[in-house]
Write a protein that binds this ligand. Sequence first.
Ligand code: GDP
Ligand code: MG
Length: 220
Amino acid sequence: MTIVTIERHVKKINDRVAAGNRARLNEARLFAVNVLSAPGAGKTSLLERTIEHLQPRLRIGVIAGDAQTDFDARRLARYDLPVVRILMHGGCHLDAKLVERALDEIDLDALDLLLIENVDNLMCPAGVDLGEQLRVVVVSTDGGAERLLQYQPALGSAAALVINKTDLVPFSHIDVKAMQDQAQQVNPGLAVFATSCTTNAGVPEWGDWLARHVSRDTTA
Ligand SMILES: Nc1nc2c(ncn2[C@@H]2O[C@H](COP(=O)(O)OP(=O)(O)O)[C@@H](O)[C@H]2O)c(=O)[nH]1
Ligand SMILES: [Mg+2]
């Protein structure tokens, strides 16, 4: 019996391109953040509030992975910053090659912080390095603590977790502390922030934490 094996080297190729992206970003002293969440948890809203908090202290750019529409890119383009939209045509995650092409469209030396909104999915993007320096997962309080266990690969790969929509807690009766504990059982090193993009609660803490990473990295 003869078995012919053909191997799919997608991850190896992606990781090589991601390393190239990271080298380019470091060279330009530009700090890139990959933002992951399931649909509707609040990625775009968090980017809006983060930009409002950090501009003009930091020069910010955005890469937005849009499934079909340009709603997110248009929301973010209202701020005075460069926005590159990646139209995914059904693809379930950004990859390093797409980000490499997006970086070609940006004056990297003119920015301090690059916010990358990944596709609305918390499963597929988890294993895909884009070359970012920091990864953040956004979940919303309506999901509850147990659901976080489904997202172990994403949580395990992230430096920060943002638990968003805390303004809904009085209605959903979700225990935010239990969500935090659950997430930190998966990844003890996770920095956890509780935010509301509606009231802006917790956004300054998250934004200042992010800004400290940016300045530490870009002035090193
Ligand atoms: N109540 C409440 N709604 C929010 C909050 N953040 C986002 N939303 C709403 O949730 C919906 C999805 O938000 P969006 O930022 O588009 O999520 P994305 O799909 O992860 O980019 C929108 O209707 C937002 O207005 C929040 O903190 N509280
Ligand atoms: Mg969005």
